[in-house]
Design a protein around this ligand. Structure first.
Ligand code: NAG
Ligand code: NAG
Ligand code: NAG
Ligand code: NAG
Ligand code: NAG
Ligand code: NAG
Ligand code: NAG
Ligand code: NAG
Ligand code: NAG
Length: 662
């Protein structure tokens, strides 16, 4: 038994020691479209080039570019780059290993790139210096999942952007290398590393790094680690330190000038058995601990999965990947055929489409002139496409062609909440637990828009028909970011163009055009009351005096009979506690004074925890149909009602009411 352990220890120590000396190969790329013959001058020049690179690495450089050959047809351009934190010795070992390895893996190819953990070799028969090469692009992912993905993505984006700024700053002369760290939680730290080949200009390096960062959501979403590798730059992040923190904390280390003493390859190998021989008998228990650490450490470094990027045909900036051809959209929607039409809102018609890949999409063909230039439209669409949350309908891309502006969304199968909530036949499908799940999901999605995403987005048109339901009845908020895409956004302030829906607009917004996160909170309050009650606020008729849902809810609350508000189809199958909390939250949200309304963060907390005591709501802002029109002196009501009436969507589907103060 103990013999077995010692054996295991020896084996493990042996392999660990070997691993520490070994250079980790990652990937190589050498298309066989351009090849040389084994006897050619090119081959001779390539061999000379690789020798020159190795000797320069031995001399202490971390980057070197050189050419060999005289005649145009057989010149070889080549470079090596070591990771910024790697020691001279590490760099030398890596380049030496990689130059030998690359000619094994790419025996006849003129152009090759090989990535090792610590270095990169790149050569070609064309000049590759000072030229950003973002193709081919490879992703490597650490398959372990992160736990709090939204928060993690946010921290990752910030950390990467900080790192890019550092790498571009020339505090490390000629290095174009940076690492950046951030605390994810009390126990977890995020480590990131970014590097360009130093022959690039700052602006090319920036382009390359931004392109790589923009790819992280595609390659590595929800993963604990990931890398994007291109010949010109690479980025990586992990939840463990994968670079030498001591080496990077030394700011602007001067490049070593004297070559390190030559180390004979045999020497280090010879020491290995001696070390084992001395240590193993003495400190078995210490080694056991060491072994455990090694194994744990290895387990943490989950297997890497190489994913070649499917579309490496040109440099993949975010805009290009998000832009769709008009012809593709035409085919996908069967020429915008009526049978594909899903509905119509204030921004235009919505069609269902199917991409050639089989992916179903929803296509929103914008009808209004947006006052937004092409470039701004693109930029905003790219920003909005980056907002990803399970309670938001994902923007997949856009199309700009022939005066058309089109937004392409993921297709959400179950249509919108109002199709269930206000349909006498289907409303029974929404039992209380489903309704509660929808309320919680909408609050989470809104919290992300308000506080957790990279941009602060005020929705401005939150309502039942903008809540789509997936096949599991999970809610997804749609139409967010429209104000941005339409160029009418200010994060807070007063707007001349009021975009919103009658019945959901807070009084300060409808009357004075003042919007803030608190106007969205108001809309959420209306939405919550509608979900509890099963009737529209704007279409609410009762025989008694109260003439809208908010007034009715307030009246019942004051009477101490809040459950009167509950949809009668729910009968006895509900949680009394949850229903009353929802009504109370709804009433808190529709209070007249925006400052008294809770924030989305507070709402999400109130919904998550029953132990939070809710404040007592004040009298809501009454917003009676009959009076408001008369009470808005400077507001002309231009709405889509007349056009919407002719569509299959009912009058109450009106998705936009635009009010232009004169
Ligand atoms: C290039 O590689 C592909 C795939 O490995 C192979 O099918 C093809 O025959 C190769 N072409 C040449 C010229 O070697
Ligand atoms: C390479 O060149 C040598 C002499 O120049 C010749 O004998 C040999 O056949 C050549 N080999 C090939 C593969 O062309
Ligand atoms: C580095 O490479 C250059 C060619 O680019 C060569 O002239 C020089 O001798 C090399 N330096 C060393 C120390 O090998
Ligand atoms: C290395 O790259 C720089 C920048 O592109 C270039 O000016 C220089 O000539 C290159 N060196 C060699 C030896 O080709
Ligand atoms: C590189 O090699 C390919 C194929 O041998 C050739 O078509 C191309 O023109 C070469 N490029 C240069 C710059 O010589
Ligand atoms: C990560 O999550 C995905 C689904 O979200 C799952 O398929 C995969 O097995 C998980 N991976 C690990 C290592 O837990
Ligand atoms: C770049 O470095 C300078 C001096 O070290 C510093 O003042 C500046 O803030 C840095 N810029 C960025 C974007 O990090
Ligand atoms: C992370 O937290 C530790 C203490 O918990 C602190 O010392 C360190 O500075 C933090 N690091 C960053 C990057 O904020
Ligand atoms: C990390 O870097 C420091 C300073 O460059 C060096 O002394 C140390 O040996 C390095 N550690 C490892 C594990 O390479």
């Amino acid at each position: 038994m103990s013999l077995f352990f010692v054996l295991l220890l020896l084996l493990s120590l042996f392999s660990f020691t070997i691993e520490a000396q070994q250079q980790t190969y990652l990937l190589h790329y050498c298309p066989n479209t351009t090849i040389f013959s084994p006897n050619s001058t090119y081959k001779t020049n390539l061999d000379r080039l690789l020798i020159s690179l190795t000797s320069n690495a031995t001399a202490g450089s971390f980057f070197h570019n050189t050419t060999t050959g005289k005649h145009n047809s057989d010149i070889v351009y080549g470079l090596f780059l070591c990771r910024g934190d790697v020691s001279t010795k590490g760099c030398q070992d890596c380049v030496s290993t990689a130059t030998k390895d690359v000619i094994q893996r790419c025996p006849v190819e003129k152009t090759a790139v090989i990535w090792y953990d610590n270095c990169l070799i790149h050569y070609s028969n064309q000049s590759i210096f000072s030229t950003p090469a973002m193709v081919p692009k490879f992703y490597l992912i650490n398959t372990a999942n992160v736990s709090n993905q939204e928060r993690f993505n946010q921290i990752l984006a910030t950390t990467m952007n900080d790192g890019a700024a550092l790498a571009l700053n020339d505090t490390l002369p000629l290095k174009k290398f940076a690492t950046s760290e951030a605390n994810v939680s009390r126990f977890q730290t995020l480590y990131s590393l970014l590097q360009c080949t130093p022959d690039l200009t700052t602006s090319d390096c920036n382009t390359c790094l931004r392109g790589a960062i923009a790819d992280l959501p595609n390659c590595c979403d929800g993963k604990q680690g990931g890398r994007v590798l291109t010949p010109s730059c690479s980025i990586r992040y992990e939840l463990y330190p994968f670079y030498n923190q001591t080496a990077v904390s030394v700011s602007a280390p001067p490049p070593p000038l004297t070559p390190p003493p030559a180390i004979t390859p045999g020497k280090s190998k010879n020491t290995l058995p001696i070390i084992i021989a001395i240590i193993a008998p003495i400190a078995v228990s210490v080694l056991l601990l060491f072994l455990c650490c090694c194994l744990l450490k290895r387990r943490a470094r989950k297997k890497y999965k190489a994913v070649e990027e499917e579309n490496a045909k040109d440099d993949i900036s975010a805009i290009e990947t998000l832009q769709y051809d008009f012809s593709t959209i035409e085919v996908a929607t069967n020429n915008f055929s009526y049978s594909n039409k899903l509905g119509e809102g204030g921004f235009g018609e919505v069609y269902k489409g199917t991409l050639p890949s089989g992916q179903e999409i929803a296509v929103k063909r914008l009808s209004r002139s947006s006052g937004q230039g092409i470039e701004e439209f693109k930029n905003e669409a790219v920003l909005v496409a980056k907002l990803q949350h399970r309670n938001l309908v994902r923007l997949l891309g856009f199309c700009l062609e022939r005066e058309e502006k089109i937004l392409i969304y993921e297709f959400v199968p179950n249509r919108s909440l109002d199709c269930f909530l206000f349909d006498p036949e289907k409303q029974a499908q929404l039992d209380w637990s489903t309704r509660y799940k929808i309320i919680v999901g909408v609050a989470r999605g809104m919290l992300y828009l308000h506080e957790d995403s990279r941009l602060k987005i005020i929705h401005r048109d939150l309502k039942v028909s903008n809540i789509l339901l997936d096949s599991d009845m999970n809610p997804k908020i749609s139409d967010f970011g429209m104000a941005r895409i339409f160029g009418v956004d200010q994060t807070q302030g007063t707007t001349k163009r009021v975009v919103g829906t009658y019945g959901y607009m807070s009084p300060e917004y409808a009357m004075h055009g003042q919007f803030s996160v608190k106007s969205d909170v108001f809309s959420l309050g209306v939405l919550v009351l509608e979900i509890v009650n099963g009737k529209r606020n704007s279409n609410f008729y009762r025989t008694d005096a109260a003439d809208d849902l908010i007034s009715y809810a307030w009246k019942q609350w004051k009477n101490g009979t809040p459950l009167e508000l509950l949809d009668t189809v729910l009968k006895d199958n509900y949680s009394r506690n949850e229903v009353i909390r929802c009504i109370q939250i709804g009433l808190l949200c529709v209070q007249e004074d925006p400052a008294e309304r809770p924030t989305m963060a507070t709402i999400a907390m109130m919904l998550n925890s029953y132990s939070v005591t809710l404040p007592v709501p004040n009298e809501p802002a009454f917003f009676r149909n009959s009076r408001t029109e008369g009470k808005m002196p400077n507001v002309g009501l231009e709405s889509d009602q007349s056009t919407s009436r002719s569509t299959p969507w009912s009058i109450n589907e009106v998705s936009i009411t635009e009010l232009d103060p004169r």
